[in-house]
Design a protein around this ligand. Structure first.
Ligand code: FES
Length: 256
């Protein structure tokens, strides 16, 4: 992890500190030396926290779990970009070689009314779980488990469903949207089911329930800025939003 010390960097870090959801919060400046270009961004944060604990006993709270780009926990706004400067990359998979010696890095939490800050860089993304719960279960009686190959699914739909299912629910779409819209997330979750036969039966009623819950929880609407698609670490496409809107419109007209 340490790499070649000759190439180690010194960084200036401006990090959002906030004691709890009621606290106003503020940016605090730190300097960190000896940062190896081979460190991941979170290893850099670990190094800073080790230093802070030694010096003042107060580490910076941030979310992480898998550190493999799978769980979607590592939500950080880095220099104004969700998950930092590298496309299709989560914060945990971002490496310090993307930065230069002497750089100033601004690190903030996701900012959206529906994602209240818990502490420092940690936000509560429980609203996403509520939207998922509003979608309900797939109620089709499938009987005994059948061989997956027995249900014929066209190649194109199979691929599109898998692409939508790549969403890790990190919330970068919300954080990067000026309206704090959750439409890319919701549409990916709707699409991964609606594109497959088992999910089609309730596709429209599910879409309506999830969109209503999204509105109720305070997420904004889509005004086609496309920042969500640009910042999504999993490459979720805007066409999912079009699919979702079609399902909602169809459902509303047919009274489902
Ligand atoms: S820590 Fe799991 S995706 Fe980053």
């Amino acid at each position: 992890m340490s790499g070649n010390s000759a190439h180690n960097m010194s960084l200036k870090l401006k990090i959002w500190r906030q004691k709890n959801s009621k606290d106003e919060g503020k940016m605090v400046d730190y300097t960190l030396d000896g940062v190896s270009p081979d460190m991941s961004f979170l290893e850099m944060m670990d190094t800073l926290n080790t230093k802070l604990v030694k010096e003042q006993g107060d580490s910076i709270a941030f979310d992480h779990d898998c550190r493999e780009g799978i769980c979607g926990m590592c939500s950080m706004m880095i220099n104004g970009q969700a998950h930092g400067p590298e496309a299709l990359t989560t914060t945990c998979q971002l490496h310090m070689r993307k930065f230069k010696n002497g750089d100033t890095i601004v690190i903030e939490p996701w900012r959206a009314k529906a994602f209240p800050v818990v502490k420092d860089l940690m936000v509560n993304r429980g609203a996403f779980d509520e939207i998922m719960a509003a979608g309900g279960y797939v109620n089709v009686n499938t009987g005994n488990a059948v061989d997956a190959n027995a249900i014929l699914i066209g190649q194109e739909n199979a691929e599109l469903a898998m692409d939508a299912a790549a969403c890790i629910g990190c919330g970068a779409c919300v954080a990067s949207c000026k309206n704090a819209s959750a439409m890319l997330f919701v549409s990916a979750k709707i699409s991964q089911l609606a594109l497959l036969p088992q999910g089609q039966v309730e596709a429209e009623s599910r879409a309506i329930a999830m969109v209503e819950k999204m509105d109720e929880l305070g997420f904004g609407n889509c005004t086609n800025e496309a920042e969500c698609e640009a910042q999504c670490p999993k490459g979720i496409k805007l066409e999912n939003i079009a699919r979702m809107n079609r399902a909602v419109t169809k459902g509303l007209f047919s009274g489902r």
